[in-house]
Ligand binder design. Structure first.
Ligand SMILES: NC(=O)c1ccc[n+]([C@@H]2O[C@H](COP(=O)([O-])OP(=O)(O)OC[C@H]3O[C@@H](n4cnc5c(N)ncnc54)[C@H](OP(=O)(O)O)[C@@H]3O)[C@@H](O)[C@H]2O)c1
Length: 249
């Protein structure tokens, strides 16, 4: 059955791929982002966008590292989105979240994601929360945040990264099914060290960057150990980091 599904954050890394995955399986996609004229923070364009929509995937994000700002962003956008879904009679809210966020108290982005999860869980729209591990391009993203004059700092986090395309396929599958509450963590097939991932990504992309491993930059020791690894019964997606890397060359 063809469904009309809205993807919030449809111009982003995961949103773009989720919209494409849904369309590839014959569904109708409503793309939501500020650059497309719909702002979850102000609510502009939101009611019109959700007309006739059966399910919504929330893959929006914010880059700030200011805790209050991030919590306010995820809080206000989620409240507005859920309220509009209620008015439109949307039957399923799918939230892309992050594995392990309850284990790491200090990270500002995680505080925002916990607020987002809380609002979804307490909301009236039936929901599925999908906690994903870091994406295969996370190391490149993080070095991009700190890189200056050819030097980037990052923590040697132990992660089990997942391919963005695999995340999108899983979100598309879940959005077209019944609400499931808290879903299993989704992760890639192998653990990796974030510094090693950054080095291999830069090599593959022909970029020369000096990497400085540290716990004193964006991520502290509270994210060390097994904090970011997926839970026991995780759903393991197929694409390895090495396979993803081969596409970066
Ligand atoms: N990076 C990771 O390793 C990782 C791992 C697990 C989970 N996640 C989660 O995955 C989610 C998606 O991340 P991503 O990297 O795909 O995000 P992204 O590439 O930064 O894309 C963010 C999207 O949100 C839209 N957006 C931002 N503010 C908006 C607003 N006020 N109204 C409407 N649209 C808005 C942006 O479009 P406009 O700018 O046009 O508005 C864009 O389409 C995030 O919630 C993140 O926490 C990330």
């Amino acid at each position: 059955m063809t469904m009309r599904i809205a993807v919030a954050g449809a111009t982003g890394n995961i949103g773009t791929r989720t919209a494409a995955a849904l369309e590839a399986t014959g569904h109708e996609v409503v793309r939501i982002s500020r650059s497309l004229g719909v702002d979850l923070r102000s609510g502009e364009g939101l009611d019109a966008a959700l007309a006739g929509v059966a399910a919504v995937v929330d893959a929006t994000s914010v880059e700030s590292t200011d805790r209050a700002e991030v919590v306010d962003y995820f809080g206000s956008t989620t409240r507005n989105l859920l309220a509009a879904e209620g008015r439109a009679g949307v039957g399923h809210h799918v939230l892309l979240s992050i594995a392990g966020i309850t284990r790491v108290a200090g990270n500002a982005h995680y505080a925002g994601k916990r607020e987002q999860e809380r609002l979804v869980e307490q909301g009236r729209v039936p929901w599925t929360i999908v906690p994903a591990t870091q994406f295969h391009d996370f190391a490149a993203t993080v070095t991009g945040w700190t890189e200056q004059d050819g030097v980037a700092t990052l923590a040697p986090l132990l992660v089990q990264p997942i391919a963005p395309a695999d995340v999108a396929d899983i979100l598309a599958e879940i959005a077209t099914g019944a609400p499931q509450g808290r879903y299993r963590d989704i992760a890639g097939p192998e653990p990796q060290d974030l510094v090693d991932m950054a080095r291999r990504t830069n090599d593959a992309r022909g970029r020369s960057v000096t990497l400085v491993p540290t716990w004193s930059s964006l991520f502290g020791p509270e994210m060390a150990g097994n904090a970011l690894l997926p839970g026991d019964n995780a759903r393991i997606a197929p694409t390895t980091f090495e396979q993803w890397l081969a596409e970066q060359r």
